[in-house]
Design a protein around this ligand. Structure first.
Ligand SMILES: Nc1nc2c(c(=O)[nH]1)N[C@H]1C(S)=C(S)[C@@H](COP(=O)(O)O)O[C@H]1N2
Ligand SMILES: [Mo]
Length: 356
C-alpha cells in the first residue's frame, strides 16, 4: 500500500508502460480498434506456435479432448460483442493506493470476439456427475507475491455453461494478436477482465471449488486477513470523451464558448444500462443525458450517451454516472478496498472554456 500522497513508484511505472489503457477519444468507435483496446498482462506475453498449439479439455469428463486451432476453427462459431474492463480500473485514484497497475479510468475496451461456445466443447467432452468448477489455464507463467504459477481462473459449471461464453480465436474479425491471447482465449461477457483467460491451453473440470492464486487475489477486502468477497461482474460505469482539445502536459481540456455535444459510453456487467447523468459542476447538480441503443443482441457492450452543453467562459469539472436495470447506480465516490478493485467513482474531467 502506498503512503497517503506517495508518488507512483518505478515498479508501478514499469507496469503502466507495458499495460496501456484506451485513449478516451477512442470511445467514439463502437468497436475499439484492436491496437487501442486496453491491455493487461500479469507476466510475459507468450510466443506460441499455432501449428503446435493444442487446447486440452480434461478432468472430470467422459472423453478428454485435444483440439488443434484448425479443428477449433471448423466448429460452429459465434460472435459476441463485449466490453471488457479490468477489475483494477480506478485503482490509482483510491486513497491509500494499492501498488499494482495504476489505472486511472481507461482500462476498458469493446471488441467483437469470435469463437466456439465453451458449452459446445464441454458437451463434446461430456461433463461427468459431481462437476463443480471448470478451470482455465493460460500458457503464461510467472511468480506473484512469492507464488510461482501458470495464470489460472475458474468458473462454476453453471457460469461456464452460459451460451455466450466463448473460446475466441478472432478479435474484430482478425486472428487474435499476441497481446490479446493468440491463438485462443476465454471470453466471459459481463465479467471483469481477470476472468478472460488469454493464451488458453487447458480446460479442466474439477469436483471441488477451485482455490488458485488469482481467486485469492481478486477479492474485495478491507483488511489483508479478511476472506473478502470475490470479484465477478462489472459494476456500472459511465465515461465521457473529454471534450474540446487537450493541454499537452496537464491534459486539461480547452473549449471555446458555444454549444457542444458531450458524449461518452456506459456499461454494466449486471444488467443493461438504463441511464447516464452528467454534471458540469463537479457533481453538485446532475442532468439526465440521452442514451443510444446498444448493438443488437449484445447486452454486454457499452452504449453511447450524449448531452448538449453551452458553456460560457470559465472553469468546469465534468462528471458522469451510470445506472442499470438491476438497480445498481454508480457512486460519485466508491467505497475503498485494499486491492483498489471495482473503483467506479465518477470520472472528473477539468475543462477551461476560453473567453470568446
Ligand atoms: N493468461 C492470462 N490471461 C489474462 C491475464 C493474464 O495475465 N494472463 N490478465 C487478465 C486481466 S487482469 C485482464 S484485465 C484481461 C485483459 O485482457 P486484454 O489484455 O485482452 O484487454 O486479461 C485477463 N486474462
Ligand atoms: Mo485486470
Amino acid at each position: 500500500m502506498a503512503e497517503p500522497g506517495e508518488a507512483v513508484s518505478y515498479e508501478e511505472l514499469q507496469l503502466a508502460a507495458r499495460n496501456h489503457g484506451l485513449p478516451l477519444e477512442a470511445m467514439a468507435y463502437d468497436l475499439t480498434p484492436t491496437g487501442l483496446h486496453y491491455l493487461l498482462t500479469h507476466y510475459d506475453i507468450p510466443v506460441l506456435d499455432a501449428a503446435a498449439w493444442r487446447l486440452r479439455v480434461g478432468g472430470l469428463v467422459e472423453h478428454p479432448l485435444e483440439i488443434s486451432l484448425d479443428e477449433l476453427r471448423s466448429m460452429p462459431r459465434r460472435t459476441v460483442t463485449v466490453t471488457f474492463e479490468c477489475a483494477g480500473n480506478g485503482r490509482a485514484s483510491s486513497e491509500p493506493r494499492a501498488q499494482s497497475q495504476p489505472w486511472l479510468v481507461e482500462a476498458v475496451g469493446t471488441a467483437a470476439w469470435t469463437g466456439v461456445p465453451l458449452t459446445r466443447l464441454l458437451e463434446r467432452a461430456g461433463v461427468q456427475q459431481g462437476a463443480v468448477d471448470v478451470v482455465f489455464t493460460g500458457a503464461d507463467h510467472g511468480v506473484e507475491r512469492g507464488v510461482e504459477q501458470d495464470y489460472q481462473r475458474a468458473l462454476d459449471v453453471g457460469a461456464a455453461s452460459a451460451e455466450d461464453v466463448v473460446v475466441a480465436y478472432e478479435m474484430n474479425g482478425a486472428a487474435l494478436p499476441p497481446q490479446h491471447g493468440f491463438p485462443a482465449r476465454l471470453v466471459v461477457p459481463g465479467w471483469y477482465g481477470m476472468a478472460q483467460v488469454k493464451w488458453l491451453t487447458g480446460i479442466a473440470v474439477i469436483a471441488e471449488r477451485f482455490d488458485g492464486f488469482q481467486h485469492h487475489a481478486y477479492r474485495l477486502r478491507g483488511d489483508a486477513d479478511e476472506a473478502g468477497e470475490a470479484l465477478t461482474r462489472i459494476e456500472p460505469r459511465a465515461l465521457l470523451v473529454p471534450p474540446g482539445f487537450p493541454d499537452f502536459y496537464s491534459r486539461t481540456r480547452v473549449l471555446r464558448p458555444g454549444p457542444v455535444e458531450v458524449q461518452g459510453r456506459a456499461w454494466s456487467g449486471w444488467a443493461p444500462v438504463t441511464g447516464v447523468a452528467l454534471s458540469v459542476d463537479g457533481g453538485t447538480t446532475w442532468a439526465e443525458t440521452s442514451l443510444d441503443e446498444g448493438p443488437a443482441d449484445s447486452p454486454h457492450a457499452w452504449r453511447r450517451w450524449r448531452a448538449r452543453w453551452d458553456p460560457s467562459p470559465g472553469e468546469y469539472v465534468l462528471c458522469a454516472r451510470a445506472h442499470d436495470a438491476s438497480g445498481r447506480s454508480q457512486p460519485v465516490e466508491a467505497s475503498w478496498n485494499r486491492g483498489g478493485f471495482a473503483n467506479n467513482s465518477s470520472q472528473r474531467v477539468r475543462v477551461v472554456c476560453l473567453p470568446g
